[in-house]
Design a protein around this ligand. Sequence first.
Ligand code: 6GU
Length: 224
Amino acid sequence: MRIDILTILPNLLESPFQHSILKKAIENKVVEIHLHDIRTFSTSKQKSVDDYQYGGGAGMVMTCQPISDAIEKLQSERKYDEIIYLTPDGERYEQKTANRLSLATNLMMICGHYKGIDQRIRDLYVTKEISIGDYVLSGGELAAAVLADSIIRLIPGAISDETSALTDSFQDNLLSPPVYTRPPEFKGLKVPDVLLSGHAENIEKWRMEMAEKITMERRPDLLD
Ligand code: 6GU
């Protein structure tokens, strides 16, 4: 998979891909991440990327020209499965969307700032608009990192134990059961006996029961 991310803050998106699973996925050529600084596409003298909004009102709008040129350059090089705009008014991001996007070959992500991007960029190029939750971030970069992380870890080869992404919370609409490691007792709290029993069937049954209990308590909406 290849992911191209258009942003005015490319530095903000460097660190998320330099650690742990994402770093290894890049090293193992499971995924390529390409960051593009929208400002470098601006044809204006001051390399500006935003302007006042028509109709008045507080906040600047990201202008068409630099984003359009960046998108069209990339589109001339390869075909994109989705051109995603990260925006708080997009569809709410869920695991099933991550699953679907993990099957793509080429993804493009556009990070907005200020009041967002000119509507015509959305009308002309964007194929999917995604929000990562009902709260407002200062820009789309952190959301793009969230998407990229959740997608990349699903690609075969990104995680050494391929089954482990399948046992994540949400993959079966259940939250994950509690986990423990050594020591068997810590500050008076003991690891549940069943986990020390070595009885695989009972352990699986306990994990399923705990997952259902926790999901019922915290996220009953997932069980509908
Ligand atoms: Cl994708 N962008 C911004 N700026 N804020 C958000 C968001 C995205 N998703 C939730 N809040």
